[in-house]
Design a binder for this molecule. Structure first.
Ligand SMILES: [Zn+2]
Length: 178
């Protein structure tokens, strides 16, 4: 069932990259913004549709181990930031990480959803997806890459505050170092 009341989200030109999604209202820290929706694919299926040229490797959102969403256009348009104002809770719930002011662009840190199966992806003839980052924040890492490549302090920030989806929390809190 499509979500109601998403009219406060609008797409326009972004200072980060291409188009972005902006909020027409203030959103308090901790409040749900929306659910990120799209068609579900396993890693294997996703590799196939990327191979067929039907999917840009930049677009799938990891929602569980080897499970992805091919996001619908509105949700796909939300940009990455290394210092985001939103994060993903549970599987695909976008939540305000801090108070968001009317007119602000919505962003989340794509790396908090990225712990891809390198072995299977390489076996299929692909490299892990990375992208240059132009988020212009003071915390900009210059690249969007797997969560494990983030500075340890930044990893701790996301894990301790639970500013990441459940499957990522599960994968990264098994280790004592956090
Ligand atoms: Zn950045």
């Amino acid at each position: 069932m499509p979500q109601k009341n998403l009219s406060f989200l609008h797409i326009k030109n972004s200072y980060i990259a291409g188009n972005g999604v902006f909020s027409k209202k203030n959103i308090l820290k901790g409040k749900r913004i929306c659910f990120l929706e799209g068609k579900r694919y396993s890693l294997k299926e996703m590799i196939n549709i990327v191979n067929e040229g039907k999917e840009d490797p930049a677009d799938p959102l990891g929602i569980d181990e080897e499970l992805y969403l091919d996001l619908d256009e509105l949700f796909r348009t939300i940009n990455h930031s290394c210092d985001p104002n939103a994060f993903i809770r549970g599987k695909n719930e976008l939540v305000a990480l801090r108070n968001i002011t009317k007119g602000e662009e919505l962003t989340y840190d794509y790396s908090t959803t990225m712990n891809d199966n390198e072995e299977k992806i390489k076996k299929a003839g692909h490299e892990l997806w990375t992208c240059k980052c132009n988020c212009k924040s003071s915390l900009c890492r210059g690249v969007i890459d797997q969560f494990k490549t983030l500075p340890k302090e930044r990893q701790k920030f996301y894990i301790r505050n639970r500013f990441m989806p459940d499957f990522m929390l599960k994968m990264f809190t098994v280790s004592e170092q956090y």
